[in-house]
Structures are given as C-alpha cells and as structure tokens.
Write a protein that binds this ligand. Structure first.
Ligand code: HEC
Ligand code: HEC
Ligand code: HEC
Ligand code: HEC
Length: 169
C-alpha cells in the first residue's frame, strides 16, 4: 500500500513539474499582406504625405474605405511619417503583427472575447500552460471593409438526368 502511495505521489510530482516547466506561449499568425506591399516605406519614404480625403487613383485603387468612413481616414490608423507602422489613438506606433491592439481600442468586448479564445479562432492549448496561436482580426476581417458580406447561395443540386443548369429537357 505504501508503495502505491509513493507511486501516486511520484506521478503527481512528475505532472506538476512537467506542467510548470511548460510555459504559456502566445503566438500570432503573420499579417495577411499582399506580396510586394511591405515595407510600405519602399515607396512612402520619399513621398509627400497627402492628408486629403480623396479617391486614390495612382495606387491602392482596390481599397475602398467602408469602416466608419464618415468619421475618419487612412491616417487615423496608418502613421503619416512612418508608413510601416500602425498608429493607436494616443499616438503610439505599433507593428502590423500587433494590429489587434488597434482593433481592440474600439471593439473592446470582441477584443476581450478574442483574447479568451471565444471570438475568432486560435489553435493549440486552450487553458493553462502550453502554446496557442491566434488568428489576427485582420486574418478574417478586411480592416478597410470589415463587415462580412452575405454569401451568395449555391445553386440547387441537380439530378443526373437533368442538364447542369438544373432544367429537365
Ligand atoms: C508601390 C508603391 C507603394 C507602396 C509599396 C505603398 N504605397 Fe501607399 N501610396 C502610394 C501612392 C503612389 C499613393 C498616392 C495615391 C494617390 O494619391 O492616388 C499612396 C497613398 C497612400 C495612403 C494615402 C495617404 C497619402 O499619404 O497619400 C496611405 C494611407 C497609404 N498609401 C498607405 C500605405 C501602406 C500602409 C503601405 C504598406 C502596407 C503602402 N501604402 C505601400 C504608393 C505605395
Ligand atoms: C481602421 C484602421 C484602418 C484604416 C482607416 C485604414 N487602414 Fe489600411 N490597414 C489597416 C490594417 C490593420 C492593415 C493590416 C492588414 C494586414 O495585417 O495585412 C492595413 C493594411 C493596409 C495596406 C496593405 C494592404 C495589403 O493588401 O497588403 C495598405 C496599402 C493600406 N492599409 C492602405 C490604406 C489606405 C490607402 C487607407 C485609406 C483609404 C487605409 N489603409 C485605411 C488599418 C486601416
Ligand atoms: C476608431 C474606432 C475603430 C477602430 C480602431 C476599428 N473599428 Fe471596426 N468599427 C468601428 C465602428 C464605429 C463600426 C461601425 C460602423 C461601420 O461599420 O462602418 C465598426 C465596424 C466594424 C465591423 C463590422 C461590425 C458588424 O456589425 O458587422 C467589424 C467586423 C470591425 N469593425 C472590425 C474591426 C477590425 C478588425 C479592426 C482593426 C483592424 C477595427 N474594426 C478597428 C470603429 C472602429
Ligand atoms: C477566425 C476568424 C475571426 C477572427 C480572428 C476575428 N473575427 Fe470577428 N468575426 C468573425 C465572424 C465569422 C463574425 C460573424 C460575422 C457575422 O455574423 O456577420 C465576426 C464578427 C465580428 C464583429 C461584429 C459582431 C459583434 O460581435 O460585434 C466585430 C466587431 C468583430 N468580429 C471584430 C473582431 C475583432 C476586433 C477581432 C480581433 C480582436 C476579430 N473580430 C477576430 C470572424 C473572426
């Protein structure tokens, strides 16, 4: 019986030390940048800053701001002087790898849920020590147009005797 208790104690201690040796590691997916876009300073370092709210014609023509756009413009999120950084409300600059901090400034509840693994997605150990990898907000939401579009429904299934357009002839 004593040997049994000793064995249980040993096992317990083993688990205890194994788990305390395994630290909590939080990693993030890389930002989903278009190839050739980063570093932004490749172009912007030598360009004049144009603060005017306008339709962009020479570059970034695919970006249409649809995200509280009546209240703001590109340079509220992108730093005017250092285009390789994002800008928080208080003026602090952060890397694109930390864009969730910017989102969290206005979407505090979703941010809290995301940190806790309730919103969005993360893979790895759920609770306790271990490694977990978070998907960035920007991996799922386009920061310039974040609202999900309603999906186009798939065409209805067809029977083999029908043509592919679903109409029997
Ligand atoms: C290939 C060159 C090029 C790269 C790379 C580039 N930009 Fe630009 N960007 C431009 C040009 C040119 C304009 C002006 C477009 C216009 O006025 O029609 C512009 C305009 C902008 C503006 C509007 C404000 C302003 O200063 O005119 C923002 C914000 C911006 N870029 C952000 C970025 C960010 C962020 C990156 C990197 C993720 C980036 N750009 C990478 C060429 C580039
Ligand atoms: C709500 C904040 C916000 C606003 C406003 C905003 N951006 Fe961005 N932008 C971001 C974030 C965050 C990313 C990083 C996405 C990622 O991780 O790939 C980004 C990425 C970019 C990129 C790189 C895109 C790519 O495909 O690689 C360019 C260029 C850019 N922004 C230009 C602009 C321009 C021009 C405007 C104004 C018309 C603008 N942004 C407005 C937050 C913003
Ligand atoms: C300065 C405040 C601010 C920041 C920073 C900000 N947002 Fe928003 N966001 C808003 C507001 C206001 C709305 C609602 C108006 C709209 O949709 O245009 C909104 C709408 C949204 C929506 C759509 C909500 C719905 O009802 O479907 C999503 C998703 C979203 N934001 C994600 C993000 C992400 C991701 C980031 C970081 C890249 C971010 N936001 C940064 C203010 C902000
Ligand atoms: C793995 C993908 C994923 C990630 C990561 C993610 N989201 Fe979402 N988000 C979604 C989906 C899916 C919805 C639901 C869309 C719907 O129902 O229209 C959503 C909805 C939202 C909404 C609108 C609904 C609400 O609850 O207010 C906001 C705002 C939002 N997300 C912000 C964020 C922010 C901020 C982050 C990062 C801190 C983030 N999301 C990370 C997928 C994601």
């Amino acid at each position: 019986m004593r040997a049994f208790y000793a064995a249980v104690t040993c096992l317990f201690l083993l688990f205890f030390f194994a788990s305390s040796a395994m630290p909590v590691v939080e990693e993030y997916m890389p930002p989903p940048m278009t190839e050739g876009m980063f570093p932004c300073s490749n172009c912007h370092a030598t360009m004049e800053v144009n603060r005017k709210k306008r339709v962009l014609k020479e570059e970034h023509t695919d970006i249409k701001l649809h995200h509280a756009e009546t209240m703001r413009w590109c340079l509220d999120c992108h730093d005017a002087k250092n285009r390789d950084k994002l800008r928080l409300y208080n003026g602090d600059l952060i890397d694109f790898t930390e864009s969730y901090r910017l989102c969290g400034e206005c979407h505090g509840n979703v941010y809290k849920d995301w940190k806790a693994g309730l919103h969005g997605k993360r893979v790895g150990y759920f609770a306790g020590p271990g490694k977990r990898t978070y998907y960035l907000c920007a991996n799922c939401h386009n920061p310039h147009d974040p609202k999900f579009k309603p999906l186009k429904p798939e065409p209805p299934p067809y029977r083999p005797e029908e043509n592919h357009d679903g109409i029997s002839r």
